[in-house]
Design a binder for this molecule. Structure first.
Ligand code: GLN
Length: 485
């Protein structure tokens, strides 16, 4: 048997059900793994050893009583942007360094109800703003495949932890690529669900019309189990979808025969790494060999997506982050001067440089006289991007593309050039603009670093995407490769 920390959710769940292992053993093994390797990777902001041990004991009792679900007793990491009752939730920001929520985010609460075990909170870019986890106010996370490289972001801690065997799975969030891109950089499987499929209640808001919660795990079968647990309507989030949640695991038949897969030509543009192109192309060939029909398609407004996103996301961020004023909660820099000065100092010291940049960009785009030229125009472009996808899905069942034009880059390489950093997300953010579901599936290596294949589907087509990924993973073993640490 492989070491316990290497197990997928599906494997661990089976061993727990068969009483081959206990959740306490599994949890201790993962906590030990964190103690052994996280010093080199820094994927956790907080490790909740005591909470984990307690929850594992409870899970073992549930299993013994025959009341277990597929996630009962499975150790997980939660991105630090999701509220965990009684456990610090910092958003990787000095602003919330001391914040301990009194409630769970809905997605977290649903996992807790299932009996999943909380190992701790994942490092990330401050408030989710970034693509490399270098914007964490505390420390950068390192890529388990090469510690000199970034793990991607903003859910970099989550992707690194799953890749390095420091969690069986993680919950991340994706506003413009933050689940898929780190999943791609670290060689794990990530799913960004349809906007509204998973409740955003208790997810600290970055850009509310784009944010979505989803799993990072070893494979598509695991993602199906996790999505099953967290998806569905929530009366606390008016944008959560009322549509019934299908049985995702039951939909995994591994058959893609006759499925029409579109390859958007705009997603293979200039600036793309030759190794990434070759790897993704051969993954598409593999899907063809499995019986899928491959068609070239076009998403003509793709070139405007980056500009559109970087107006809408900062605009929403500037409104959402107005709540951090040093009065209601979080960091407060009082002392000399009046209320306004205290507020100014609080925001000056509480926020990092990228967050400030976004707030300024957004406040500018929304200000009177500029609103029509920027925000309103971006909303119109958003409609065009959405229509591109709608048209594409009239002729194909799903799209296949790279997740990122490049593989994991050296730490520090792009921190001085925000636009170069933003460009890393060109192939992921159109999906958020349109509110679609998408996955990152490990499909090979370039320069020794993992490459992700992106699958994009129409609204609520998570089952279809999971099944395509599952078919691919049954025929290949890229998702089983683990970094040597
Ligand atoms: N890198 C993108 C940004 O900085 C996306 C981040 C995310 O999905 N949270 O906005």
């Amino acid at each position: 048997m492989s070491e316990l920390w290497q197990l997928s959710v599906t494997q661990a769940s089976q061993l727990l059900a068969d009483r081959e292992i206990s959740s306490v053993e599994l949890t201790e093994c993962l906590l030990q793994r964190i103690a052994d390797v996280d010093g080199r990777l820094s994927s956790y902001i907080t490790v909740t050893g005591d909470v984990a041990r307690q929850q594992a004991e409870m899970a073992d009792r549930r299993i013994a009583a025959g009341e277990a679900g597929p996630l009962t007793g499975i150790p997980m990491q939660i991105k630090d942007l999701l509220c965990t009752g009684g456990v610090p939730t910092t958003c990787a920001s000095r602003m919330l360094a001391e914040y301990v929520p009194v409630y769970d985010a809905t997605a977290v609460g649903r996992l807790r109800e299932q009996g999943a075990v909380l190992l701790g909170k994942g490092n990330m870019d401050e408030f989710g703003m970034g693509s490399s986890t270098e914007n964490s106010a505390f420390f950068p996370t390192r890529n388990p495949w090469d510690v000199e490289k970034v793990p991607g972001g903003s859910s970099g801690g989550s992707a690194a932890a799953v890749a390095a065997g420091m969690a069986a799975f993680a919950l991340g969030t994706d506003t413009g690529g933050s689940i898929r891109q780190p999943a791609s950089f670290c060689g794990v499987t990530g799913l960004k669900p349809t906007y509204g499929r998973v409740s955003r209640y208790g997810l600290v808001a970055y850009a509310s019309s784009l944010d979505q919660v989803g799993p990072l795990a070893r494979d598509a079968a695991d993602c199906a189990l996790i999505l099953q647990a967290i998806a569905g309507h929530d009366s606390h989030d008016a944008t959560s979808l009322p549509d019934p949640v299908p049985d995702y695991a039951a939909g995994l038949n591994g058959d893609v025969t006759g499925l029409r897969l579109g390859v958007p030509q705009e997603y293979f543009g200039e600036g793309m790494d030759a190794g990434v192109r070759a790897t993704v192309t051969s993954a598409i060939d593999q899907l063809a060999a499995l019986g899928a029909e491959i068609r070239e398609i076009s998403l003509p407004t793709t070139e405007y997506a980056l500009a559109c996103y970087y107006i809408i996301a900062p605009s929403e961020c500037s409104a959402n982050l107005a709540r951090y004023d040093g009065v209601k909660y979080g960091y407060s820099h009082r002392g000399e001067g009046d209320m306004w000065e205290a507020m100014e100092r609080t925001r000056q010291h509480g926020f990092g440089p990228e967050v400030k940049r976004r707030i300024m960009l957004g406040a500018f785009a929304l200000s009177s006289g500029y609103y029509d030229a920027y925000y309103h125009k971006a909303q119109q472009v958003r409609t065009l991007i959405r229509e591109d996808f709608t048209r594409a899905f009239e002729g194909v069942d799903a799209l296949v593309a790279p997740v990122s034009p490049i593989v994991a880059f050296p730490i520090g390489e792009r921190t001085d050039d925000p636009v170069r950093m933003y460009l890393v997300d060109v192939y992921t953010l159109p999906v958020n603009i349109a509110g679609l579901p998408a996955m990152s599936v490990p499909c090979g290596f370039s320069d020794g670093l993992p490459v992700g294949l992106q699958l994009i589907g129409p609204h609520l087509a998570e089952s279809r995407l999971l099944n395509i990924a599952h078919a691919y993973q049954q025929a290949t073993d890229w998702h089983t490769q683990r970094p040597a640490l």
